[in-house]
Design a binder for this molecule. Structure first.
Ligand SMILES: Nc1ncnc2c1ncn2[C@@H]1O[C@H](COP(=O)(O)OP(=O)(O)OP(=O)(O)O)[C@@H](O)[C@H]1O
Ligand SMILES: [Mg+2]
Length: 278
């Protein structure tokens, strides 16, 4: 039995006006409830692909499917889709535009047509989740870059989407900010949400992702488990750094410093430490 992927991208081609092709024959399946990392060099097409996932951009050719349903670009379909697929932009300044942080986050749920008290409750919950409630009455430009990123995440959380698509959410966050984001994503994952993240942070992706796709010059050049995709010795040719834990584990194993029976590649420093012999 095959299960319908939550999102499927089929033969997607796209170019910006008057430009060269930015995405070429992109094929991608996103199973429901999965943590997916999209990696690739600057300009590979990650953000452009993300703008297709919630129908901000429309393919020149090819199709997208949400839960088996072909993307349409009618008002009603796009409204339905944007409630299900929440996109956190790479640049929070693109996302934040209302007078203050609370109103900014409130915009999404109000726009969905929720009753005002429900929308306000969801806004408050989202701001608490990203630890920004006390900044609710501040104009967005009073926030630091990292705080703006968290406010943008709250804007999407408040809409309670099924899929969260986040464009480099860890970039510019400090350590507590990353821990907070990990915690939020863990909670969403436990609720069965699907999480799709573009990142340049291979160490973070290694510890987090279940499925990885690599984009290069607008094409999907590899897809699979982190073990297969990230932890390989030809990573330089593919344009990304190998996760430190994979590299260190291999060296330690060669030197017989890993406990017998500990064959699983460590996903965290704690796992690596636990697999060491004395
Ligand atoms: N609004 C635009 N108009 C014209 N070309 C654009 C536009 N946005 C992006 N591009 C081009 O599309 C290509 C892909 O850009 P995109 O932003 O999708 O890459 P990316 O993988 O997200 O890169 P990064 O890692 O730097 O965020 C680049 O060549 C870029 O110059
Ligand atoms: Mg980008």
């Amino acid at each position: 039995m095959t299960t319908t992927p939550l999102i499927e991208v089929r033969d997607l081609c796209f170019s910006y006006q008057f430009g060269k092709k930015v995405l070429t024959d992109v094929h991608m399946t996103i199973p429901r409830g999965t943590r997916v990392a999209i990696i690739g060099s600057n300009g590979a097409g990650k953000s452009t692909l993300f703008l297709h996932l919630n129908a901000i951009l429309r393919p020149r050719s090819g199709n997208l499917f949400y839960n088996g349903q072909l993307y349409e670009y009618s008002r009603s379909f796009v409204t339905m889709l944007r409630q299900k697929v929440g996109l956190v932009f790479q640049d929070p300044d693109v996302q934040l535009f209302a007078g203050n942080v609370f109103d900014d986050v409130l915009f999404g749920p109000m726009n969905l047509g929720l009753a005002s008290d429900v929308a306000r409750r969801q806004t408050e919950k989202a701001l608490i989740a990203v630890q920004l409630l006390e900044y609710g009455d501040k104009p967005a430009h009073f926030l630091s870059h990292g705080q703006k990123k968290r406010a943008a995440i709250a804007g999407v959380l408040a809409m309670d989407p099924e899929v969260l698509v986040m464009d480099e959410p860890t970039a510019g966050l400090d350590y507590p900010g990353i821990l907070n984001l990990n915690e939020i994503m863990g909670m969403l994952y436990d609720q069965g949400k699907t999480l799709i993240v573009a990142t340049h942070d291979m160490n973070w992706a290694w510890g987090w992702a279940e499925l990885v796709y690599v984009l290069a010059e607008g094409r999907v050049v590899a897809g699979g488990s982190p073990d297969d995709i990230l932890n390989r010795s030809d990573h330089r040719a593919l344009g990304y750094e190998r996760p430190i834990l994979g590299e260190v584990y291999e060296k330690l194993k060669k030197n017989h410093m890993i406990l017998p029976g500990q064959q699983r590649l460590p996903r965290s420093v704690a796992e690596l430490v636990n697999s060491l012999s004395d």
